[in-house]
Design a protein around this ligand. Structure first.
Ligand code: AP5
Length: 216
């Protein structure tokens, strides 16, 4: 088993970059935010436990997240390659991922930190539109759909995420800096971290990440 991680502030482009890396490499995309939104939509017990934290822009408790990720890994095969997007987000999640990989004889190959200035992530999040059906991510200016409000890929309805309101965005950014930012030095110390300038076009970012993955 092999794993890579995408770390970055809300709106730095983790989901968008993950779509491109998946298309180029076939890595399995594990996005805890998407898994939680699906759980909320289904009204499952995980969804009920997570909903209020997500609405406020704070982190869902580690126990809930770790159980979700472990279940997902248990469904896979030993040779699978995973790309974590939005996980880990705390020191505890990072340490539990280390143990989980060790237990499965897995390797953490790369961690990509998508480095983006604050003004950029705010403008990206306020313009984001996401497909309700297939989850493809657009932006009203940067990556617009061919037809307003409609997904180019599946024709689904595009919606604004409830946590993309300005006050919630500000809270999510604070939470990133206080609870997740420390993981950058954690992975730097392990020698697996690469910083990527997230202000570049999607194709550049994906190209850099994929060449670093192939170089390892
Ligand atoms: P999550 O869904 O993970 O949200 P996030 O980390 O806040 O990140 P986003 O999805 O908002 O942004 P992104 O970096 O993926 O950017 P995107 O590609 O969409 O988490 C949501 C919530 O769930 C959390 O607040 C928390 O409550 C909970 N949660 C999730 N995981 C958890 C965990 N591990 N522990 C605890 N709680 C957890 O891009 C943004 C916009 O920019 C789009 O419009 C896109 O089109 C545009 N764009 C992207 N890249 C480019 C580019 N290169 N050029 C131009 N435009 C671009």
């Amino acid at each position: 088993m092999k794993a890579i991680i995408l770390i970055g502030a809300p709106g730095s482009g983790k989901g968008t970059t993950a779509e491109g890396i998946k298309a180029a490499t076939g890595y399995i995309h594990v996005a805890t935010g998407d898994m939680l939104r699906e759980a909320v939509a289904r009204g499952s017990s995980v969804g009920k436990a997570a909903e209020s934290y997500m609405k406020q822009g704070t982190l869902v408790p580690d126990e809930v997240i770790i159980e979700l990720v472990e279940e997902r890994l248990d469904e896979g095969a030993p040779a699978d390659c995973y790309m974590f997007d939005g996980f880990p987000r705390t020191q505890r999640q990072a340490e539990l991922l280390d143990s989980s990989l060790e237990k499965r004889s897995g390797e953490l190959a790369n961690v990509f930190y998508l480095d983006a200035p604050r003004e950029l992530v705010i403008s990206r999040l306020t313009g984001r539109r996401t497909c309700r059906e297939c989850g493809t991510i657009f932006h009203v200016v940067n990556i617009p759909p061919k037809k307003e409000g409609i997904c180019d890929l599946c024709g689904g309805e595009l919606y604004v995420r409830p946590d993309d309101k300005e006050d919630t965005i500000i809270r999510r950014l604070e939470v990133f800096h206080s609870q997740t930012g420390g993981l950058i030095s954690y992975y730097e110390a392990k020698g697996v971290l690469a910083r990527i300038d997230a202000a570049q076009p999607k194709e550049e970012i994906v190209g850099q990440a994929v060449s670093l993955m192939r170089a390892r």
